[in-house]
Design a binder for this molecule. Structure first.
Ligand SMILES: *Cc1c(COP(=O)(O)O)cnc(C)c1O
Length: 392
């Protein structure tokens, strides 16, 4: 790997493995297995894998490995492992870290499926304490001698709370626990997670990394000892590996990641400041606005406000639905990080399986709409949102 390259250069070139044909684009090795020249060679490969050696795509594949190497390099970790989805990556990381009798402290405001995985772990005898992620005193108070992991989204879904990675890491490490960060909303472009003390950084690459809403994927970035030790062992035997085809799509997504994410963040900042204070809104939530409760932390931690904006409508669900139905460019869906702008009503979609009480606890009100800003023209997006706000 070329540590001296800057991110944009790495996003285009890092990790490329060319075959004897010298192909320009990354080759897609759509193969489940590999052929050995002799029985002895097969025996040797199963005994110890060399640098460019593979045995089965559930364990590793050349296209998938290119994606892993590029991700580790831009994230600043020693290694990475590609998984079938963001949830396969998060489940893999958690299962590789804990066993019955261990304790996990996690932020309460998280993607619904992350909370579900914690429930499954509780069923297997893992203890879980949920805390208000922005309150470091709660993380400190929740620590126990058997705490193995502190787990949170650095920017929470869907309320866009920003959690202090360095602050939680200090508490976790003092108690001998690992820090697991779901960094999907920050994206690798606005991530300093490794530098700030996160031990394990997970992405749903379905989001900004693909960037076109095409395929599912996830990736775990961490030390080589963790990735090629417990994480790989768990994921390769339980079947959560990424498809080589998906890795190939992700590799081309990475090439334009910096350009897209910065354009998305610039659109998000433009929209947030253009509509903040609109009569139909209780609040405009955007970490890049000075009114955001963790604005200073967001800028320090990410260097930007990110690509996501949330609006809270005064008129509750009815106003939120009128707004969504009036949008002309922005699509109603539940993906995020896409080149297309997407609006979501979490209470009736992504968080609908939660009880109304639980939703209230994590700030998912009936009037909340989450928008993932795309790369369309900024003025067109502001105009679309303005006319829909007036209709609401
Ligand atoms: C989408 C998402 C996930 C899950 O990723 P999949 O690729 O859909 O499995 C996990 N965490 C966050 C914050 C997400 O946005």
């Amino acid at each position: 790997m070329s540590q001296d390259w800057n991110t944009r250069t790495k996003l285009v070139h890092e990790g490329t493995r060319r075959s004897q044909y010298g192909e320009m684009a990354e080759a897609m090795f759509l193969t489940q297995g590999f052929v050995y020249p002799s029985a002895e060679a097969a025996e040797a490969r199963f005994d110890a894998l060399g640098e460019d050696e593979f045995i089965y795509a559930r364990y590793g594949n050349p296209t998938t490995r290119m994606f892993e190497d590029r991700m580790a390099s831009i994230e600043g970790t020693e290694d990475a492992f590609a998984c079938a989805s963001g949830m396969a990556a998060i489940n893999g990381a958690l299962c590789a870290l804990v066993k019955a009798g261990d304790h996990v402290v996690a932020a309460r405001q998280m993607f619904g499926s992350c909370l579900k995985v914690l429930e499954f772990l509780q069923g297997f005898g893992v203890e879980v304490t949920l805390v208000d992620g922005v309150d470091l005193a709660q993380w400190q108070a929740a620590m126990r001698p058997n705490t193995k992991v502190c787990f949170f989204e650095s920017v929470s879904n869907p309320g866009l709370e920003v959690i202090d990675i360095a602050g939680v890491a200090k508490i976790a490490h003092a108690g001998g626990a690992m820090v697991l960060v779901d960094n999907a909303f920050a994206s690798p472009i606005f991530s300093r997670a490794a530098e700030l003390g996160a031990d394990i950084i997970v992405y749903s690459s379905t989001k900004h990394i693909d960037g076109g809403g095409r395929v599912l994927g996830g990736v775990v970035c961490a030390s080589r000892d963790f990735i090629r030790g417990p994480l790989e062992t768990y994921v390769k035997h339980t079947g959560g590996a990424m498809s080589p085809f998906h890795a190939w799509v992700m590799l081309s997504g990475l090439q334009t990641l910096d350009l897209r994410v910065r354009a998305q963040a610039s659109n998000a900042a433009g929209v947030a400041s253009a509509i903040a204070g609109h009569d139909n809104l209780v609040r405009t939530i955007y970490p890049g606005l000075v009114t955001h409760p963790q604005h200073a932390l967001a800028i320090e931690q990410m260097g930007a406000g990110g690509t996501m904006v949330a609006l809270e409508f005064r008129g509750g669900k009815e106003a939120a639905f009128r707004f969504l139905n009036a949008l002309k460019i922005i699509l109603i869906s539940n993906n995020l990080g896409d080149a297309r702008s997407i609006a979501t009503h979490p209470a009736t979609t992504t968080h609908s399986s939660m009880s109304a009480e639980k939703r209230a606890e994590v700030g998912v009100t009936d009037g909340l709409v989450r928008i993932s800003m795309g790369i369309e023209d900024g003025a067109d997006l502001v105009a679309d949102i303005r006319q829909a706000l007036d209709a609401a």
